[in-house]
Design a protein around this ligand. Structure first.
Ligand SMILES: [Zn+2]
Length: 376
């Protein structure tokens, strides 16, 4: 399907979200009961998920028009015959309707907890950040099967926060509810390492790497917390060693392994959020995914803009794209070169309101994509 055709269908489908179709039943509605966990405790906090009794592993595609056929129709009127193209268009519209309902129904994590998760990165070395993610953040978010993949850097970048060769990608997943043979994977990532470029700022000291990129890692953990029962498997990866040249060292290793790309529908990257508007980076963006994201943003009422690719926006999505995956890279438009890799990059560099907005929009986009890909 061409992106032009998709765009037309997507517009049609989003229009339908406001029109006369009703969802009769859908397993996509989930409600987190009780307060969300505050702080990051080592123990996993179980979220109670209330699933409607009609829920089945398959997201029910049944749609019912509100208007019933008129009983006064003359019996001689021949039933309209849909062409194959019209039938396909109707199917895609129904599918988009379900995905939209799913996106709007998903309940975000609360703002205070997200901020606490972000603040948990403060004043930690890269190795301490890795440990925080693997033992506290990911397990608390409900991410299962958390494990490490060692990234041997071997490069020449000087040690600033410990030995680069002792860092690991932190990997885990939310298991999908579809039967195994129908289930695919959505991959989501953000790098956790930080660097300081000497001399970039007049102020002495090291960057705390909160904008770049604790914001991305805390955000993906909060996605996992909220999307507790996805249709598809959702893989979460906090990448090591994105920053030191030749760059993207953790993601290069991860995406070089066939098992990490097989059956992966798309990869979403998050690098520097929480200032200004959320943005899609132009260079790697898959047009169909971007159309979906922009449609969800419109429906959610949160701005989503394009940001041109540059050396300041290059990130791990480039490794996913090079491995043949469809990609969307998210950042924000409220930072520039002098705002990252400098001592001023600490918790006070993040706008709490903007960050929460970016998180909510990311969650809705993920919920939409998960539901969209749950149907053929
Ligand atoms: Zn970064």
């Amino acid at each position: 399907m061409t992106s032009q055709l998709f765009g037309r269908l997507a517009r049609f489908a989003f229009g339908l979200a406001l029109s006369s179709l009703l969802i009769t039943s859908c397993g996509g509605s989930e409600q987190l009961a009780g307060a969300t966990p505050t702080g990051v405790a080592p123990a996993r906090v179980a979220a109670t998920v209330v699933i409607p009794p009609t829920a089945s592993p398959s997201p029910c595609p049944t749609l019912t028009p509100t208007a019933s056929p008129s009983p006064t129709s003359p019996p001689s009127t021949p039933a309209p015959t849909l062409t194959a193209g019209q039938a396909r268009e109707a199917h895609l519209a129904a599918k988009a309707q379900l995905a939209s309902a799913r996106a709007m129904a998903v309940v975000p994590m609360d703002r205070g907890t997200l901020w606490q998760w972000l603040a948990g990165f403060s004043a930690k070395t890269n190795q301490e950040r890795e440990n925080y993610i693997a033992t506290q953040l990911f397990p608390t978010a409900g991410i299962e099967d958390v494990h490490l993949q060692r990234v041997l850097y071997g490069g020449a970048w000087g040690e600033q926060y410990g030995n680069w060769d002792n860092l690991h990608n932190v990997i885990g997943l939310r298991r999908g509810t579809l039967p195994v043979d129908q289930r695919k994977t959505i991959a989501i990532g953000a790098h956790f390492d930080k660097v300081t470029y000497p001399g970039r700022s007049a102020n002495p000291g090291f960057s705390d790497g909160i904008l770049d990129n604790a914001t991305g890692v805390a955000l993906i953990a909060s996605l996992a917390q909220a999307i507790s029962r996805p249709f598809n498997d959702i893989k979460f990866v906090a990448f090591a060693s994105e920053e030191p040249p030749p760059y993207f060292n953790g993601s290069r290793l991860y995406f070089s392994e066939a098992e990490n790309t097989a059956g992966v529908l798309c990869y979403l990257n998050f690098d520097v959020l929480g200032r200004g508007n959320m943005a899609i980076i132009t260079g790697s963006a898959n047009q169909e995914l971007a159309d979906i994201a922009l449609g969800v943003a419109k429906e959610t009422g949160v701005p989503l803009v394009w940001r041109p690719s540059s050396t300041n926006t290059a990130s791990d999505d480039l490794m996913a794209q090079a491995a043949g995956l469809r990609v969307l890279a998210f950042a924000c438009d409220g930072y520039d070169r002098l705002d990252i890799h400098v001592p001023e990059d600490n918790l006070s560099a993040v706008d709490q309101d903007a960050y929460y907005q970016h998180y909510v929009l990311a969650l809705k986009i993920l919920a939409y994509l998960d539901a969209w890909y749950a149907e053929p």
